[in-house]
Ligand binder design. Structure first.
Ligand code: NAD
Length: 247
């Protein structure tokens, strides 16, 4: 039981939800920051009912002021955060020539600038503690590209660059920074693309070497490892969780 304070953005649903539950099970104090305040509170309640410690806060990670006040509340209620999982994200499916500048900026804001802001606000806490763990959730599409997802893939690729730079700048402070690019994980986000007829689950399972769809808990288990003491010599890395779809 580590008793560290962990922040999970987008922690009210899907992959972020599973990461929040897992980090709490491992003994961390978990702050769920999500634009959906009711869902964040309910996810935190679920953790508390199960015997863990968690709080849920309504924070839009595209708004720096909300991030700063949310993280200040985390410091006051749970103590200095030394684990940060940037998981909030959203897709934008659109052919390249039809992407408006507003939509492009919105995709960068939620998928990339949010990680920049959260890291910049939390890293001083980690430096002060001489220990920190950051996991940035990117996407398996950064390996391969994905037609029709130009803004999404570009923003997630930026997350990989940010991960590498932070790993180099802050390794000397005991802080590791890694990225998990997940692929084909069964979450509400994926189910929306299934319902829209963009993804066929059986076809995709056929293209997945391990022969199944990924579960949010698969990503949570990898995150739990990366934020632990034993992973202290792993930094600046992309650790794919994709059933072998990208190698
Ligand atoms: P999800 O839709 O189930 O969860 C996303 C969460 O992010 C939601 O709780 C949502 O409210 C929150 N969120 C969205 N915008 C926000 C904002 N502005 N501020 C704060 N919170 C916000 O989706 P998921 O599939 O669990 O995705 C989690 C992450 O994993 C995303 O970054 C996504 O891009 C990435 N990802 C998922 C898959 C997959 O197969 N599911 C594949 C590759 C990458």
């Amino acid at each position: 039981m580590s008793g560290r304070t962990a922040i999970v953005t987008g922690g009210a649903s899907g992959i972020g939800g599973a990461i929040s539950r897992r980090l709490a099970t491992d003994g961390n104090l978990v702050a769920i920051l999500d634009i959906n305040r009711a869902a964040a509170e309910s996810a935190a309640d679920e953790i508390v009912q199960a015997g863990g410690k968690a709080i849920g806060l309504g924070v839009d990670v595209t708004d720096r002021a909300q991030i700063e006040s949310g993280i200040e509340a985390v410091r006051a209620e749970l103590g200095r955060p030394t684990i940060l999982v940037n998981c909030a994200g959203a897709t934008l499916a659109c052919g390249f020539l039809d992407i408006t500048r507003d939509a492009w900026q919105a995709a960068l804001a939620v998928n990339l600038t949010s990680a920049f802001d959260c890291c910049q606000v939390v890293i001083p806490d980690m430096v002060a503690e001489g220990w920190g763990r950051i996991v940035n959730i990117s996407s398996s599409s950064v390996h391969s590209g994905s037609a029709g997802l130009g803004a999404y893939v570009t923003s997630k690729s930026g997350v990989v660059g940010l991960t590498k730079v932070l790993a180099l700048e802050f390794g000397k402070h005991g802080i590791t920074v890694n990225s998990i690019p997940p692929g084909f994980i069964d979450t509400p986000m994926l189910r929306k693309t299934v319902d829209a007829g963009m993804v066929d689950v059986d076809t995709q399972i056929g293209r997945t070497p391990v022969g199944r769809i990924g579960q949010p808990e698969d990503v949570a288990a990898t995150t739990a490892f990366l934020v632990g003491d034993e992973a202290g010599y792993i930094t600046g890395q992309l650790i794919g969780v994709n059933g072998g779809r990208n190698t």
